[in-house]
Design a protein around this ligand. Structure first.
Ligand SMILES: O=c1ccn([C@@H]2O[C@H](COP(=O)(O)O)[C@@H](O)[C@H]2O)c(=O)[nH]1
Length: 237
């Protein structure tokens, strides 16, 4: 099973995103995450442009709406040939099952493999205070994350987005094949920024993460290719 280091392509325009990507040699196929900022600015054209360069796409739009709306939107996403996409687990099991249905129908209509559906559990920017006070969810962050992972699995999702701090507990609860893809990754020397639940690439590997999502430590590095290679090495060792 591939365990990618996924580069979060958080840029405001197609030009800046593609100029960044073109710093990687054509022979280096990477997986890139296209999130809300870039997708809202450019639409599906950016997905095609990245795919034409030979890279795999994780389309991270974090859908959260009524089941009918999410199913219809996922039908559109399913036609794009992306590898992963996201939905919020907080939308509940009916919405998650609708998301999966839409994704399968969209992919099938184009003869494509269905993207892996990943449910957002608790954002890696969420801490204990935000969970208990703002969201009014009792218990620990890990308990909430594992609960959402179980709901996501029962609803047909292929895995979750969580912190690497929770991956071992998710695999214990949902099985080793249920994906735990982990943002909130920071090399030991990097600042946490707005991330609350962080781990280094080596810690995430030891915890059993199925893939890293890394943005600023690569995109804002003086030498992004070297930063990417260093994370890849630490992750693979
Ligand atoms: O819980 C989550 C879900 C998604 N993300 C996304 O991952 C990247 C992380 O970027 P960094 O610059 O490495 O912090 C970003 O696109 C987020 O939208 C997340 O961080 N946490």
């Amino acid at each position: 099973m591939t365990r990618p280091v996924i580069i979060a392509l958080d840029f405001p325009t197609a030009e800046t995103a593609l100029a960044f990507l073109d710093r990687f040699p054509a022979s280096t196929a990477v997986t890139v995450k296209i999130g809300m900022e870039l997708f809202y600015a450019t639409g599906p054209a950016i997905v095609r442009a990245v795919q034409e360069r030979g890279h795999a796409v994780f389309l991270d739009l974090k859908l959260h709406d009524i089941p009918n709306t999410v199913e219809a939107a996922m039908r559109v996403i399913g036609r794009l040939g992306v590898t992963y996409t996201t939905v919020h687990a907080a939308g509940g099991h009916v919405m998650l099952a609708a998301a999966k249905r839409g994704l399968l129908a969209g992919a099938q209509s184009q003869g494509l493999a269905a993207p892996q559906l990943l449910a957002i559990t608790q954002l890696t920017s969420t801490n204990q205070t935000i969970l208990n006070e703002d969201q009014q969810i009792a218990g620990s962050v890990q308990q909430s994350v594992v609960h959402y992972a179980k709901v996501a699995k029962q609803s047909g999702c292929d895995g979750v987005i969580c912190s690497a701090q929770e991956v071992a507990a998710i695999h214990a609860a949902c099985g080793p094949d249920f994906l735990g893809i982990t943002p909130g990754i920071r090399p030991a020397s990097a600042q946490a920024d707005d991330q609350q639940r962080v781990m280094t690439p080596a810690q995430a590997a030891a915890a059993g993460s199925n893939g890293l999502v890394v943005g600023r430590p690569i995109t804002q590095a003086a030498d992004p290719r070297t930063a990417y290679q260093q994370i890849l090495t630490e992750w693979s060792d």
